[in-house]
Design a protein. Structure first.
Length: 381
């Protein structure tokens, strides 16, 4: 079983107060997650600058995009107006665009996949300072990537006809041609898919196009933080024979979590005809699956929302992203530069339910008991 909770506190002092506040926090977080899942509504669209194929969101909420080696940044949050910031040094980007653009958690670093470059065979990942755009290209095979922290980048990759895998690139490696990039997940029975982490550090990735199997296209699994980190010092985890299956949907690509822990994903399976939408999986359904409760039913609208903002096209292959600052989900067809926006409006502070009132009373009693004990000890000392 994989836990989505942090380490249990070791110290017992103030355990009652900590417990109560934990209950309150979990309750509020769950309310927000459930309502955000339902509340995403169409909020228009905008056009990316000509040539921009991939984009991400900076820490302050501005969108940053990449057209070949040219970096564009939104002039203000929500302005939908972009200005050229500069060009990536020594870039060799494939003619059909870069594979990905990923902003580090602190917003200070960009990771760019060159998609094999002009030769389509020289795969490099560039790591650059967000402001100066100075940086280094590392020789690393790739399809998609996600930052684990501000130094390490998890990368999905593969060679045609062979099982895919996941590596963890140390972006501070001293040798760009032979960087520290150990394999942590192996034997994905098909093409590479997306990758993401939840707040507990658990790793999610999938089968982007089933070939050798036994998993099929869209199979998305989660691997516990302790397990994949142990693989750094030993053998990589076997995708087909370990991990927990969360959902089987689309091509398990363009993965991520919104601020309320709802899981989004995109891509598509042209063979089965499962395409033309992006999806959002309810946070509580993800938690249940991760904890061993069985995979999420992709056809249950109470658990999985399907978004198809471009109804004029019946074969969209959507990439999905989100903006934690503006509470927006972005859906973009892989062949278009229009980004469709769905927004979850800010929520007022939740009203106190009868259960919440009881929790508060318990908290007051616990705090009061603690104060009484302290006063008595002070009087006796």
């Amino acid at each position: 079983m994989i836990t989505t909770l942090g380490e249990r506190p070791r110290r017992r002092q103030g355990r009652c107060l900590v417990f109560v506040w934990a209950l309150l926090a979990c309750g509020i977080a769950r309310v927000r997650a459930e309502t955000a899942f339902n509340d995403y509504a169409a909020a228009g669209s905008f056009a990316l600058p000509v040539g921009v194929r991939v984009f991400d969101v900076l820490a302050d909420g501005r969108i940053i995009g990449l057209a070949d080696d040219e970096v564009y940044v939104e002039t203000a949050v929500g302005s939908r107006v972009f200005a050229v910031q500069g060009m990536l040094p020594n870039a060799d980007i494939a003619g059909f665009g870069p594979a990905f653009l990923r902003v580090s958690p602190n917003g200070g670093t960009l990771a760019v996949g060159n998609n094999g470059g002009s030769s389509l065979a020289d795969f490099d990942i560039g790591v650059f300072d967000t402001l100066s755009l100075s940086g280094t290209w590392f020789r690393v095979n790739h399809f998609d990537a996600e930052w684990y922290d501000n130094r390490h980048l998890a990368v999905t990759a593969g060679d045609f006809g062979n099982p895919s895998f996941v590596t963890l690139l140390d972006t501070q490696s001293s040798d760009p041609l032979n960087p520290t990039n150990p394999m942590i997940v192996a034997n994905i029975g098909g093409a590479s898919a997306g990758i993401t982490f939840d707040t507990a550090g658990n790793l999610y990735t999938g089968n982007g196009f089933g070939t050798s199997g036994p998993s099929d296209t869209g199979a998305l699994k989660v691997f516990g933080q302790a397990a994949w980190q142990a693989a750094l010092q030993g053998s990589p985890l076997d995708f087909e024979n370990s991990g927990v299956l969360v959902i089987d949907l689309l091509s398990a690509s363009y993965l991520g979590f919104d601020p309320e822990a709802n899981l989004y994903l995109g891509g598509g399976d042209f063979i089965s005809g499962e395409l033309d939408f992006g999806a959002l999986v309810r946070s509580s359904a993800v938690v249940q699956a991760v904890q061993g409760g069985g995979l999420v039913d992709p056809d249950d609208p109470a658990l999985v929302r399907r978004f198809d903002p471009d109804t004029a096209n019946d074969s969209n292959f959507y990439t999905v992203n989100h903006n934690a600052v503006t509470r927006e989900l972005y859906f973009q067809d892989s062949s278009a530069q229009t980004v469709h926006v769905f927004e979850a409006p800010p929520k007022p502070a939740p009203a106190v339910s009868s259960r919440g009132l009881i929790t508060i009373i318990v908290a007051i009693v616990c705090i009061g008991s603690g104060l009484i004990q302290v006063r008595r000890r002070n009087m006796l000392s």
